[in-house]
Design a protein around this ligand. Structure first.
Ligand SMILES: [Zn+2]
Length: 139
């Protein structure tokens, strides 16, 4: 649905109000984390009500940068015992190591930066294993 080129606003109904916009900066406020400014985004927005959509590429960028932002912040407050290696995560969720990296890239699996590596958070693995089949269907 988001790949569609909008003309009329699906939110307020204004006609021919949707405009493609590039190079936007969005400030996101993840709950429990400091705000993050994400640059270089594009999407389609309504000139009348301001509602709009990010492009698919920008949505992915937001998800990836937000996950990185949270990971850097969590590195200061999550203890090593709560972290799993990527190999452990792959085994727990029955996916490949590449699959784990992809989930972290897409912001679907929380992780922490520790010693330059990305380490998933152990208690999230069980929940992810349950939803795995549903969420991987996007691929
Ligand atoms: Zn509108």
């Amino acid at each position: 649905m988001r790949k569609k080129k909008w003309t009329n606003c699906p939110s307020c109904g204004a006609r021919k109000s949707m405009q493609a916009r590039k190079n936007l900066t969005e400030r996101v406020h993840p709950a429990g984390y400091p705000p993050l400014d994400i640059k270089g985004l594009d999407g389609q927005f309504c000139e009348s009500c301001g509602e709009g959509f990010w492009s698919l590429k920008s949505e992915r960028r937001i998800a990836r940068l937000l996950a990185e932002h949270m990971a850097r912040h969590d590195a200061t407050r999550v203890v090593a015992a709560e972290l799993a290696s990527v190999q452990e995560a792959a085994k727990a969720m029955q996916v490949t190591v590449q699959g784990v990296h992809k989930m972290m890239d897409e912001g679907r699996l929380r992780y922490v930066f520790a010693g330059g590596s990305r380490l998933p958070i152990r208690k999230d693995l069980k929940d992810m294993a349950k939803t795995r089949h549903r969420s991987l269907r996007h691929d």
